[in-house]
Unconditional design. Structure first.
Length: 142
């Protein structure tokens, strides 16, 4: 489960590999924190790896909002239809569902059929799709 305020941008190449398959986004990422409205900043690498990429940073991250919003986001591929992917996401609060929904990603258009609810959710879903496609290609080389 990634932090719901984390906007991943680039995979952390130093720790890329099959051991990351269980990470919430399929890989570890560098990215921006958007926990403070109107302010995007890049956390240091240790914070990014331990909190941004793994979620549940409430009480551990000085930027995490004190409101009653979600703590983490998780994704799963519900169907690989060849030309598109169906993805399901769950926002969690205290390890319980907070909000959830489906997403559909067109591989031909490299776009979602409808825009996800927040920019962070969209960037995380794109990162998850990218990690999934990379692992799929590695498992099935031509």
């Amino acid at each position: 489960m990634a932090c719901p305020y984390f906007c991943p941008s680039v995979p952390l190449a130093a720790i890329a590999g099959p051991q990351n398959a269980m990470l919430p986004l399929g890989d570890a990422f560098h990215g921006d924190c958007r926990a403070v409205p109107g302010l995007a900043f890049q956390p240091e690498a240790t914070v990014s790896r331990q909190l941004c990429n793994l979620g549940y940073a409430r009480g551990q991250c000085s930027c995490f909002p004190s409101d009653d919003g979600p703590d983490a986001v998780r994704f799963t591929i519900s169907a690989d239809l060849g030309a598109s992917l169906r993805i399901y996401y769950v926002l969690e609060r205290n390890h319980h569902p907070f909000a959830h929904g489906p997403l559909e990603y067109s591989l031909d258009d490299a776009a979602f059929s409808f825009t996800p609810a927040s920019p962070a959710l969209e960037l995380q879903a794109r990162a998850y799709v990218g990690s999934y496609l990379r692992r799929k290609a590695e498992a099935n080389p031509l």
